[in-house]
Design a protein around this ligand. Sequence first.
Ligand code: PLP
Length: 459
Amino acid sequence: MTTIYPPEPFRIKVTESIRLIPREEREVKLKEAGYNLFTLKAEDVFIDLLTDSGTGAMSQEQWSAIMRGDESYAGARSFLRLKEAVEDIFGFKHFVPTHQGRAAENILSACLVKPNQWIPSNIHFDTTDANIRARGGHPTNLVIDEAYDPANLHPFKGNMDIAKLKAFITKYGREQIPFGMVTVTNNGGGGQPVSMENLKQVAQVYRENGIPFFIDAARYAENCYFIQQREAGYQNKSIKEIAREMFALADGMTMSAKKDAIVNIGGLLCVNDEKLFQNIRNELILREGFPTYGGLAGRDLDAMAVGLYEGLDESYLSYRLAQTAYLAKKLNDAGVPTIQPAGGHAVYVVANQLLPHIPNYEFPAQSLGVELYREGAIRGVEIGSVMFASLDPEDNTWHYPALELLRLTIPRRVYTQTHFDYVAETLIKIKGRASELRGYKITYAPELLRHFTAQFAPL
Ligand SMILES: Cc1ncc(COP(=O)(O)O)c(C=O)c1O
């Protein structure tokens, strides 16, 4: 893949001002936020790389679709337009819209997970993990070992380890595994893709054991583009053809449409099984809304129907993934370590390599994230021990994740080359004085998903 900055396959018609507040003010804002970047006001952030979720720029076609929104409570035309797109791209028998991805995960977990059951995936995203735990289940990550080696150049580092999956099923028994998942691309492991070959093997193992297979499809289009670029036999297939082949392997999917459907809000839950669909519908009515709007406005459904196709466009995907690779290369050329190869939606700086003097229990990636804001008003997100360390209730010890990462997540169609140059130059400056950075301690944390609201103090 090229690492030259690609010309954007669009031109800019509407702008949104951003402001770089002075350094002294940033210091005050950090203190007020308890050193949690989620707590900062967006107006105090210059370049916001917190997430690619719901932060994309919608196209003129999507804004036009918003005006077509049919706000009828039941059977709206907007729903039927979304239905046509969902059936065309994903091919499942049934679907419901949800207000976002975690709502789809919540409903799926409510319908299928019983206490003490086990749910495997390559790496569950944090909301999936938490939704399974909230029902008493045990989410388990079985990605290949290469995923934990940031320098390893495996082209499909999101792959499930098939031997680990088989051993897992033998250990816990198929009756205790209500469904299995795979996340494409693998956000928790660097936005790395999963190969079609691996998905076929996973599907076969699940099928042989009678375990329903669900894909977390948040970034399925980026994953399909990687398959087209990297996997033998797919060079001449369109992204949509690859997507159809991928979803034909599964029994259903959850999706946060805020990623590859390039909308500001929305999600999908698709299934083939009729009985499960009935249960999902009932649960949806209780928690989200009537099945033809699922917690969204009609206009949101229309924007999603258009965005699903824009997310599949090859000139867009090639620009997007080259943009990520450009930022990664600029950092790597200056010695800032990132997960290799560059993933789809984000560049993941390996904070424990940049700050080897800060132990995991003092949160090196949090420290780097705070410093990036202090130095350049840039907001990234910690994907390390703040987000993923868990307390083992049996022996009361903390288990820490293998990687301490600062994720620089790239919103879709939002920032340009000069923004990325500024981000890279700021991080390179920090690298020059990395040994001065200190760790953090947590002064408040809730039990689940603590990274959103935890408070910190510098050590
Ligand atoms: C892979 C993956 N799954 C699920 C979700 C949850 O989606 P949402 O934020 O729309 O609830 C996300 C969000 O970042 C994600 O990256």
